[in-house]
Design a protein around this ligand. Structure first.
Ligand SMILES: Nc1nc2c(ncn2[C@@H]2O[C@H](COP(=O)(O)OP(=O)(O)OP(=O)(O)O)[C@@H](O)[C@H]2O)c(=O)[nH]1
Length: 315
């Protein structure tokens, strides 16, 4: 992907000579991978996720038009920009290539500087797209994932857990008496608390597999994957303790010494077939209960549990 030091370009052509000329042309500026036919191109694109594909049209077996159709059909390769480099220079072929989803069409025999300039242009556009994608997934105040990112991640985690028959956990987290904090110290001080709480949770989770997101206002949500029930509960409790340990002074007159959070967590088992929103509802109900029971605590439940066997981890 583009975040690597050098972007990767996959060049697909059945003519060895073309592969050599194109890779010599680009190799100073990009990391080049080669494929000599359509099947190999699809396999390498799926496996190596290049940033851009330069694709020949006329090839024995699978032609370039069939290759792009397959690449656009597969979710893991559908967004990779494809530039055709073809000896088919008639308008119909070019229009067909663009209709099938190519971002550009270069005619053979090609001019070296034009190939370089077009590849550079598409790499620049790609960089801007990656930046926009990143910004649209981040909460600007806390720099953690936003609600948009969370919604997508929850759907993905749910599908993966069903495919792999793996469990995962979902935890809703809400700052206690935050209105009072804002009223006492001001909204700007409240913003700093939100940043500190987000950072305390982030530094306690496994960033490879877990996601912390700002769900809205003073509410956060955590998705924990690839962990057993014991690990999940320990990690959740570590976040809860880390926030208490920040020792952010609250309003002393009301006997609330430091900023704390309440949490409602559900452990979702692999057998599970309900919709992800059910897990979210359940975590929210537990959070509400934690608030009712006096705040500053973690309530936990298995998704299939009845309300009778919920247990309180910490008070
Ligand atoms: N500083 C700041 N405050 C926010 C932000 N978003 C929401 N809030 C405040 O969060 C407070 C939430 O108040 P409530 O929903 O009454 O909850 P609470 O006072 O924390 O009470 P409990 O959750 O029941 O413990 C409101 O005062 C909101 O204005 C934000 O981005 N920054």
């Amino acid at each position: 992907m583009i975040s690597k030091e050098l972007p990767t370009v996959l060049i697909v052509d059945d003519e060895k000579n073309n592969l050599r000329i194109l890779s010599d042309l680009l190799r100073d500026e990009v990391h080049v991978i080669l494929a000599k036919d359509g099947q190999q191109a699809i396999a390498k694109a799926r496996q190596m996720k290049p940033d851009i594909i330069l694709l020949d049209v006329i090839m024995p077996g699978m032609d370039g038009f069939s290759v792009i159709s397959e690449l656009k059909r597969l979710p893991e390769t559908s967004s990779i920009p494809v530039i055709f480099v073809s000896a088919l220079s008639d308008a119909d072929s070019e229009a067909n290539g663009l209709k099938l989803g190519a971002c550009d069409y270069i005619h053979k025999p090609f001019h070296a500087d034009i190939v370089k300039a077009r590849v550079q242009l598409h790499l620049k556009l790609l960089q801007q797209r990656y930046l926009l994608e990143r910004l649209s997934n981040i909460d600007p105040l806390t720099s953690i994932a936003n609600r948009r990112k969370f919604d997508g991640h929850l759907k993905e985690t749910w599908l993966q857990s069903q495919e792999k028959r793996a469990s995962f956990a979902l935890v809703m987290i809400d700052i206690d008496y935050f209105k009072q904090y804002n009223d006492t110290f001001g909204h700007a001080a409240g913003d700093i608390v939100l940043e500190k709480v987000a950072s305390a949770i982030s530094s306690n989770i496994d960033s490879e597999n877990d996601l912390i997101a700002r769900y809205g206002g003073e509410e956060f949500v955590l998705i924990l994957s690839e962990k057993d029930e014991d690990q999940v509960q320990k990690l959740t409790e570590a976040c809860w303790v880390a926030i208490k340990d920040l020792k952010i002074p609250h309003s002393r007159e009301d006997d609330i010494e430091y900023v704390t959070v309440s949490m409602g967590g559900v452990y979702c088992l692999p057998e599970f077939t309900l919709e992800p929103t059910k897990a979210l509802d359940k975590a929210d109900q537990l959070l509400y209960k934690a608030k009712q029971q006096g705040r500053n605590r973690v309530l936990w439940s298995r998704m299939e549990d009845t309300s009778d066997n919920k247990k309180s981890l910490s008070v």
